[in-house]
Ligand binder design. Sequence first.
Ligand SMILES: [Fe+2]
Ligand SMILES: [Fe+2]
Length: 333
Amino acid sequence: MTIAPVQRTASTGSTAWTDARLILALEEVVETELNRHLKVAKEWMPHEYVPWSQGRDFDGVLGGEAWALEQSKVTPLGRVSLVVNLLTEDNLPSYHHEIATMFGREGAWGTWVHRWTAEEGRHGIALRDYLLATRAVDPVELERARMMHMAEGFESDNSHSMLHSVAYVAFQELATRISHRNTGHFSGDPLCEQLLAKIANDENLHMVFYRNLLKAALEIAPDQAMRAVADVVIDFRMPGHGMPGFERSAAQIAIGGIYNLRIHHDDVLQPVLRHLKVMEIGGLGPEGLQAQQELGFFLDGLDAQATKFDERQAALLARRAANAEKKAEAARK
Ligand SMILES: [Fe+2]
Ligand SMILES: [Fe+2]
């Protein structure tokens, strides 16, 4: 079945797609991608990654031992990032609401929405179980932060447009993958790294699904999809931006090398844009061309900003290392 756009844009005379028409036109692609996803996604068991033997009662109802910082075996940077990642995963009910409202709960779209939700649900479960069993973070602070974060809810910046939503999740799933993977890498605990690599693998498959969908959208509605990609890349923010203390945590995560401008540019934006050959797409109308140009300017600017960040980061880390060396020397005397 071929679905055609219905509206004509008065200013340029080009045809415009409504969200409803696009959702219909992309249904077949969603079905193909869903089937491909179900074939490659391997079942895994979150409970196998939790060292339950390390768990013991907390204070309060059971009269166990209260949490204390020295019980945590993960690095300080790992603690900050694990909390950000878990709180981000915790807001799944809001994310489900956003995509179920946008994409619908029927047909292939609906099957994807529910399957994706089930896979995402595993991430919060696995992370929380790991953090509590190992006493990696303060459970009281964690619970209070979860309550505050979830009580705020999450509203997508892109709920006004289906194409913007698809473009956003294509980049955001990869951003989340990188963030989990690097958090595991810097956690200081090999088991934590293994768990986060497993979660990162799920996020990667989600990225592939949305990226392939975006590819189809760029073929069906190139000008509108290009506008969506440009807007989303230019205004990108992580889904957890509303959580308590996000700015401070994000700064530590950036300096620590888990997620920063350089990583965002090199490991998140560029791989998706290159794969889709976004900057090489030809035959665009004036609106698409304008968006493609804006995107190009933005990426150049971001690369320059990332280079400045790299320099600041290197200087700061060198200062920290020198201070630590001085302290160690004073202690030896
Ligand atoms: Fe996730
Ligand atoms: Fe995901």
